[in-house]
Design a protein around this ligand. Structure first.
Ligand code: FBP
Ligand code: MG
Ligand code: MG
Length: 335
């Protein structure tokens, strides 16, 4: 890692959070460099074990986790919680912040050269790790993600608005492009892993059936589908041009609450989406009001433009026979 700053002095970052965000920015810059070198920098996609959530750990997952944990020391962070660790780690008893992180998101894509990312969330530290992290997401002080794509970008929010930064590879600085990103409402793209269709609940099936029915169906509109299997990349597309993301609960063992984790995936993404005037729910309830029961707790996740997320919630309110009636009289749901 270089010891030069990741942000210009004028970047709009509160002084209390600046050391931690500098450290995150510097590690992200270093990771971006390693990801760009790919196999020249070692076998990043090698399966090295399983994490607390039972997911396969790749070499890059572990390398990223260790780099963030190391760099964040001495920046005011008391508790460090990561997807790759069973429990929060006490870094500094005097620290006032708690960092939750998905060091490498979308790691099933490493060997395919598709965009991957880092998701992070900063909160006020409390006495224990559990007290710090098992709290509603609306208490987050800051949240963000870095996307390692054709361009390396950082989306960052302190709650009120959404900042969009790009890494300039020539200077190594994240440069602010906009401090007021908003989610476009008119997109006709939705993102869901459709291979799980047979496991979904009736409201989710009905919603997707109606999208797939296109101009001839109750929505009277043709939709397009996207699935990258990289939450950061899906979020970035939605922030740049609108749309809807769904990872619902389903009937597979272990998917009772979907796949994505509340503390270090859904809560930070929800903060960013709301800061961009979008909506993020578990299908019906606001993600930022949910209290996780454990560090690695999962939640169904639906987010995107506010109108589309509300639309999904309305399918959960339909009477059972109406949900079942494919192309039933859902005039209410015209696009
Ligand atoms: O393989 P699936 O079921 O489509 O799930 C894809 C989802 O899993 C994730 O890869 C989980 O994140 P990690 O890679 O950090 O475990 C998300 O980025 C993505 O949205
Ligand atoms: Mg992830
Ligand atoms: Mg991960």
């Amino acid at each position: 890692m270089t010891d030069t700053h990741a942000f210009p002095a004028e970047a709009p970052i509160p002084a209390t959070l600046r050391p931690a965000l500098e450290a995150i920015g510097q590690v992200a810059r270093d990771l971006a460099h390693r990801i760009a070198r790919g196999p020249l920098d070692g076998q990043m996609a090698t399966h090295v074990g399983d994490n607390a959530g039972g997911d396969a750990q790749k070499a890059l997952d572990v390398l990223a986790d260790e780099a963030f944990a190391e760099a964040i020391r001495g920046t005011g962070v008391r508790w460090y919680a990561s997807e790759e660790r069973d429990a929060p780690v006490l870094l500094d008893p005097e620290g006032t912040l708690a960092l939750a992180i998905d060091p490498l998101d979308g790691s099933s894509n490493i060997e395919t050269n598709v965009s991957i990312g880092t998701i992070f969330s900063l909160r006020a530290a409390r006495e224990t790790g559990a007290e710090s992290f098992l709290r509603p997401g609306h208490e987050q002080l800051a949240a963000g993600y870095v996307i390692y794509g054709p361009q390396v970008m950082l989306m960052l929010s302190f709650g009120a608005s959404l900042q969009h930064h790009i890494l300039d590879p020539q200077t190594g600085l994240f440069i602010l492009l906009s401090d007021a990103v908003t989610v476009e409402g008119a997109s006709t793209e939705f993102a869901i892993n459709a291979s799980n269709y047979r496991h979904w609940s009736k409201p989710i099936r009905a919603y997707i059936d109606d999208c797939l029915a296109g101009a001839e169906g109750p929505r009277a509109c043709n939709f397009n589908m996207r699935w990258i299997a990289s939450l950061v990349a899906e979020t970035h597309r939605i922030l740049m041009r609108g749309g809807l993301f769904l990872y619902p609960s389903d009937a597979r063992p272990g998917y009772e609450a979907g796949r994505l984790r509340m503390v270090y995936e859904c809560a930070p993404i929800a903060l960013l989406i709301e800061a961009a005037q979008g909506r993020a729910t578990d299908g019906t309830t606001r993600i930022l009001d949910l209290i996780p029961e454990s560090l690695h707790a999962r939640t169904p996740f639906v987010f995107g433009s506010a109108g589309k997320v509300d639309h999904v919630a309305a399918y959960h309110d339909l009477p059972d026979q109406e949900v079942s009636a494919l192309f039933g009289n859902r005039g209410l749901f015209r696009a």
